[in-house]
Design a protein around this ligand. Structure first.
Ligand code: ZN
Length: 197
């Protein structure tokens, strides 16, 4: 029988993505047996991200400064806008090194079944951003699964009349997959080999 505080820790850890009962228990016991400063550092890091990190007012990625370093950089091509579902996809594409434009983080994907419509995501401001930046190409880099495709299609229609070309990453990214799990070389090729959408 586990003590209540341990059970409490396991329950909280289980809420993390990809963490089941076994992993949560192992992590909890690891934290328990580690030196006290390790647990304090972890607790401090958790509090700090929640206090210091804000969404960028332009691209909505999580950042310490708004606008973020990418949006503020004079070296980025402001006429190229890559639309991603989340921060994880942004980091994966950024790590591929094949993209030098700006990003727009949706904060999820459209999923009518789960009640996620355009206004629940960072979709309403895309059109204004495309117009204000004078974007010539929008790359739709939502995940290659049913909801990701539907989201891409919705945004493509939304951008009709803006004059921006709309492309979709394709080659090398497995259907039904998640950008998170694509290696950076594959993702880099997918960016280079994007096609009209
Ligand atoms: Zn930004």
């Amino acid at each position: 029988m586990l003590a209540r505080p341990i059970k409490n820790l396991i329950r909280e850890l289980r809420k993390l993505p990809g963490v089941g009962e076994k992993t949560a228990t192992r992590l909890a016991l690891h934290i328990l047996t580690a030196p006290p400063e390790r647990a304090e550092n972890l607790a401090h890091a958790l509090t700090e991200v929640k206090e210091r990190i804000v969404p960028c007012k332009e691209c909505h990625q999580l950042t310490e400064d708004s606008p973020c370093a990418i949006c503020a950089s004079p070296r980025r091509d402001r006429t190229l806008l890559c639309i991603v579902e989340d921060q994880v996809s942004l980091i994966s594409i950024e790590n591929s090194g094949n993209f030098n434009g700006l990003y727009h983080v949706l904060g999820g994907r459209l999923s009518p079944m789960d009640g996620v419509g355009p206004s629940s995501l960072n979709i309403p401001d895309i059109k204004d951003r495309v117009r204000n930046l004078g974007v010539r190409e929008v790359i739709l880099a939502t995940n290659p699964n049913v909801d990701g495709e539907a989201t891409a299609l919705y945004i493509k229609r939304l951008l009709e009349g803006t004059g921006a070309a709309v492309t979709r990453i394709a080659r090398g990214v497995p259907m039904g997959g998640d950008l998170e799990y694509a290696d950076s070389l594959t993702l880099g090729r997918a960016i280079d080999g994007r096609g009209t959408f």
